[in-house]
Design a protein around this ligand. Structure first.
Ligand code: FE2
Length: 259
């Protein structure tokens, strides 16, 4: 598996504190089945601006090699979208060597402002991946679909599988969510002891879809390859016509209602 969202790089943001914590987290990740991890430390203007990033990344990389750990780390950032971000794009890391960037918005960000920022990134040639889309309950289904149609890649955190909202469940099961990642921070909490959640995910979406979410699409991101945005219409038609299922009826009304 390939994790495109983690804070395992030490002393850069609110993630791992020291190199030992980074290494311990990496050992947990290997046990879980990860082969690649993006160190997507926060890039948040005036708070985290990658001061120690390159230096610490190189130290961690050497330590991994020294210990013979079977994992590859990649550069990245989780970019907080603010008004100032476009003045400091040079300092941020895209995911691997790609044009994909992991972005997060604040809950207070109004949808229109969020959409405009993501649009601006796309016009600049970037491919935004919206981090942990379950964290934005204020975004309506129709608005999520608008972002999707713009080419925004949706990422969900694996722990969410236990508490899926109706909206996120729909987006996951119907293929709108392209990547599941961990957002790992520390050994004590938000670590890689996530087997239970990955098992829930596998049961929810099946083996093939699970592979796409955890390995195939994240790998495509690292290789800057296109992700398939086609949604099987047949699947949607089936749900539209399933009048016996109240859940789908209510979701469908949310899909096309802007009120
Ligand atoms: Fe994060």
């Amino acid at each position: 598996m390939v994790d495109i969202h983690s804070h395992i790089l030490f002393s850069v943001d609110d993630g791992a504190k020291d190199i030992e914590e980074s290494i311990n987290l990496i050992e947990q990740a290997i046990e879980l089945g990860y082969t690649d991890i993006v160190c997507s430390s926060h890039y948040y203007i005036d708070l985290y601006e990658n001061e120690n990033y390159d230096k610490n990344f190189n130290i961690l990389k050497s330590e991994i090699e020294k210990r013979g750990l079977n994992i590859k780390i990649h550069k990245g950032n989780e970019i907080r979208v603010t008004d100032e971000i476009f003045k400091k794009l040079d300092g941020m890391n895209p995911l691997g060597n790609s044009k994909y960037i992991l972005v997060e918005i604040t809950n207070r960000t109004m949808y229109q402002a969020c959409k405009n920022s993501l649009k601006k990134f796309i016009e600049l040639g970037y491919k935004p991946v919206l981090a942990h889309i379950e964290r934005y309950p204020n975004i309506k289904m129709s608005e999520f679909l608008e972002l999707y149609n713009m080419g925004v890649v949706f990422q969900m955190n694996v722990k969410t599988t236990e508490t899926l909202s109706e909206k996120i469940s729909y987006l996951l099961k119907n293929g709108y969510i392209k990547v599941v990642a961990t957002d790992t921070h520390h050994l004590e909490y938000r670590n890689y002891k996530l087997e239970k959640y990955f098992n829930i995910l596998k049961d929810l979406v099946g083996e093939k879809h699970f592979e796409e979410l955890t390995t195939i699409n994240p790998q495509k991101i690292l290789e800057n390859k296109e992700i398939d945005f086609n949604i099987e219409e047949e699947n949607n038609d089936k749900q539209k016509n399933d009048t016996s299922n109240g859940i789908f009826k209510s979701i469908w009304s949310k899909l096309f209602s802007r009120t």
